[in-house]
Design a binder for this molecule. Structure first.
Ligand code: SAH
Ligand code: SF4
Length: 378
């Protein structure tokens, strides 16, 4: 099997070049060809010595994931389904906006955390993606769209690890992928524009702060342990007090001076005004009596329903009232707009439908899902 060069960050590629008897700096040239220019054939790399190109040809490849399908939404969102073998597929979503373009990347086929409101969670866990499979999503979409839009400059400005899977449960593969995204010789994405979203794998939050301190989003969804244990089962292992402590520590190295907390609005479950008040109390590290709260931005996500969840989205009025409690306390709060809902590309709808083996997801694709479309509050 040839070595897939999408597997390496620059440091690893330099070591690999050395192992081929080449100078380390050759790796920088090679890395730029692959990631900045989207080259997949060594013939194209005309400024590399012929002898090196021959060695690479013999030993390596640049092999992205195979595309199973692509869907274009009316709002410009594009969703790809990639084949990862063994009957599994992962999804990647491109979300263009006026001032940026975001790519939402998957980190695992399925997910082991099993949050009750998430269709990926219902699907169960298949396997971790490799670094090459994570990076391949960015490599493929960036260079495909550059050709399509006839652009030479970078298209994707932001990356969010918010597709399928829990990125911090695939840490070893994640870090080289993040490093390549951040590298000036790779995609040059700033730390502020690269977000890892986690359901709260506490020890890995600390390690992320050391290895690649990018923007952090924490999927909270509940303001007390009893409720969070039910919604996000990982909470039983890493309860809210530990999670808050990890967030406080992370703020010391974070590229932004706040942490984003995601909160999926579930009708009659976590959306009452007393839940909002409890959430405010949780944000005060010294307890409810303290005035200072954890620097936080709260992102309220209208739940995207799917039949097997048995859950419903809160009404837009309830979402607005919940947001108002937080805003009144001075917390920056937004209500997420749903994008790409006509192609099931919205949060929590990513379940790799085409190859799905579960009834849950087969049913999901048949049902037309019409999420609410609230306006941004802030
Ligand atoms: N595993 C990571 C990242 C992927 S999930 C995490 O949980 O953070 C990305 C976001 O989508 C999370 O905030 C998740 O809670 C949210 N989400 C999952 N299912 C959803 C659904 N059905 N409706 C709305 N948001 C959902
Ligand atoms: Fe996994 Fe995130 Fe879905 Fe929870 S919300 S099941 S952690 S992908």
């Amino acid at each position: 099997m040839p070595v897939n060069l999408l597997e390496f960050d620059l440091e690893h590629l330099s070591e690999y070049c050395e192992s081929l008897g080449e100078k380390r700096f050759r790796a920088t040239q090679l890395f730029r060809w692959i990631h900045q220019r989207g080259a997949s054939s060594f013939d194209q790399m005309t400024d590399l010595a012929k002898s090196l190109r021959q060695k690479l040809e013999l030993n390596c490849s640049v092999t992205p994931l195979k595309v199973l399908s692509r869907q274009n939404s009316k709002d410009g969102t594009i969703k790809w389904l990639f084949d990862v073998g063994g009957g599994d597929a992962v999804e990647t979503v491109f979300i263009p906006e006026d001032d940026r373009a975001t790519l939402c990347i998957s980190s695992q086929a399925g997910c082991a955390v099993g949050c009750v409101f998430c269709s990926t969670g219902h699907q169960g866990f298949s396997r971790n993606l490799t670094t090459a499979e994570i990076l391949s999503q960015l490599w493929f979409v960036e260079h495909t769209l550059r050709l399509e839009f006839a652009k030479t400059e970078r298209i994707i400005s932001n990356v969010v690890m918010m597709g399928m899977g829990e990125p911090l449960q695939n840490y070893t593969a994640l870090i080289p992928a993040l490093k390549t995204m951040l590298s000036d010789h790779g995609y040059g994405i700033s730390r502020r524009r690269l977000t890892v979203s986690t359901s709260g794998v506490v020890p890995m939050i600390e390690r992320l702060g050391n290895d690649a301190p990018v923007a952090l989003a924490v999927s909270l969804h509940a303001p007390n342990d009893a409720l969070r244990d039910r919604l996000v089962p990982l909470n039983k292992k890493y309860p809210l007090a530990e999670l808050r402590h990890a967030c406080e520590e992370y703020l010391k190295v974070a590229p932004r001076d706040f942490i984003t907390f995601e909160y999926c609005m579930l009708s009659g479950v976590n959306d009452s005004l007393s839940h909002a008040q409890e959430l405010l109390d949780w944000l005060r590290p010294g307890g409810a009596s303290q005035n200072r709260h954890l620097p936080a931005k709260i992102n309220l996500i209208p739940f995207n329903p799917f039949p097997a969840s048995g859950l419903l989205c809160s009404s837009s009025q309830v979402v607005k009232e919940f947001a108002q409690v937080l805003l009144n306390a001075g917390i920056v709060t937004t209500i997420r707009k749903t994008r790409g809902d006509d192609i099931d590309a919205a949060c929590g709808q990513l379940a790799g439908e085409v190859l799905d083996r579960t009834d849950v997801n087969a049913r999901m694709t048949k049902q037309k899902i019409i999420p609410l479309r609230p306006v941004e509050v802030n």
